[in-house]
Write a new protein. Structure first.
Length: 424
């Protein structure tokens, strides 16, 4: 295996710690000395390495291990710990970031990039972007048996990364790989989570959510069998959402009632916000607007109390929809303003595009066709940039119908074509 020389290793750790050469060696040695070490022109003394190791907050052995074969053993240790803890201390993180630059077996690379992608997806998405790009050049998506745990975890991390980025087609591509390569004897919770993830992603891709509901029911059955309360709760939420989106309102209420009975002994603002929002959605579709208003406002309050104000965007969108239908334009304006502020503050691209759609609808109500077309075209373009297939189909289809009604057949054909290109 090709190892980093100690000077290069030292330089990479320094950069990772966001230190300049001057910061690192202040009071230790000259700039010339550290520069020559990092350029590989001289070997550092043990005394020097002890001092910089202390300043870098790493063990001396961590700097020296680049010259022996301990790296793979360390990666295996970190991998096993990460499977249960889902966290990395600074020294282990530094080791992974450094060894990602070295030559390794495919199995070891899968472990390294699984941990880096998984870790940074939840903490620094730009660094996750970097490691996803690097991994794509090193690890093949073509699977040959036997498949080990590290590779399964790697593909799971890619699916989660793309889901967080709202690239749902890519997320589905990788979660589908996982579903194909999971061994027949894998633990029930692993298969349940795979069904759950398939369900959640299909929910963002499909109009007809029959397939999503199938996976949610499979997940729920397994979670109930192994008595996994978190899994049961999450699956019931999925089923409630997927049912009301397809007009199965009684089914949705039944799932919500079951969820309410499970959480009433341990209430929290988080689960209450989910319950209230989804009850509101059902009553909105049943046109029982007074009940819907009550539930949506309660959901917004729950999110704020839970410190998750950005979660209020969903209830705000529903309030906008209801007030458009009721022609309460002042309320529409107030909720739109509040919702746009949330999308900008928390960088929520998918809801932002949906809000542009509502804004376009207002122009159409006012018979301002050019403004409607401009907003819709902007929304379609942004949806294409984000590869949001469901939004692209919905928005471009609506815009195509609009042009068709105006007998602007060339523009209608353009947007019908866009819609058809994103049928999955």
């Amino acid at each position: 295996m090709l190892r980093l020389k100690i000077g290069e290793r030292l330089r990479q750790i320094r950069i990772h710690r966001e230190l300049t050469q001057a910061d690192l060696v202040d009071g230790i040695c000259s700039m010339t000395y550290i520069s020559r070490i990092e350029n590989g022109k001289i070997k550092p003394s043990i005394s020097f390495l002890r001092k910089v190791a202390s300043r870098l907050e790493v063990e001396l052995s961590f700097l020296l291990d680049s010259d022996n074969d301990k790296s793979d053993d360390d990666i295996e240790r970190i991998f096993l710990d990460y499977q249960t803890e889902k966290n990395l201390d600074q020294q282990d993180l530094s080791l992974l970031r450094l060894t990602a630059l070295e030559n390794h077996s495919s199995a070891t690379l899968a472990k390294i990039y699984y941990m880096l992608i998984s870790y940074f997806t939840n903490r620094d998405i730009e660094l996750a972007d970097l490691y996803v790009a690097q991994a794509g050049k090193l690890i093949s998506n073509t699977i040959s048996p036997p498949v080990d745990e590290a590779l399964i975890s790697y593909f799971e991390s890619l699916s989660h990364y793309h889901y967080v980025k709202q690239n749902y087609s890519e997320a589905y591509f990788f979660v589908n790989i996982v579903s194909r390569i999971l061994p027949a004897d894998c633990p029930g919770v692993r298969r349940a989570k795979n069904h759950y993830n398939l369900s959640l992603i299909r929910q963002h891709i499909d109009e007809d959510l029959e397939l999503a509901r199938f996976h949610s029911k499979e997940a729920l059955a397994i979670f109930k069998e192994i008595d996994d309360s978190r899994g049961i709760t999450a699956s019931l939420v999925n089923l409630a959402v997927q049912s009301h989106r397809n007009g199965l309102y009684e089914d949705s209420l039944a799932y919500l009632d079951e969820l309410a009975s499970l959480t009433e002994s341990n209430p929290s603002n988080h689960y209450n916000s989910i319950l209230n929002y989804n009850y509101g959605r059902v009553y909105q579709h049943l046109k029982q607007y007074d009940k819907a208003y009550t539930y949506f406002n309660a959901s917004i309050d729950n999110n704020i109390q839970a410190g998750k104000e950005q979660g209020s965007i969903h209830a705000l969108k529903c309030l906008i929809e209801m007030n458009i239908e009721l022609k309460s334009w002042d309320e529409v304006h107030n909720h739109l303003t509040r919702a746009f502020n949330l999308t900008e503050s928390y960088h929520l691209p998918y809801p932002y595009i949906e809000l542009l759609h509502y804004k376009a609808k207002l122009f159409k109500v006012r018979a301002d066709e050019p403004a409607y077309e401009k907003e819709m075209q902007n929304a379609v373009n942004l949806a294409q940039e984000g590869t949001y297939s469901l939004l692209i189909r919905r928005l471009s289809g609506e815009l195509a119908d609009h042009y068709n009604d105006l007998r602007a057949y060339k523009m209608a054909a353009k947007y019908y074509k866009i819609a058809l290109e994103h049928v999955q």
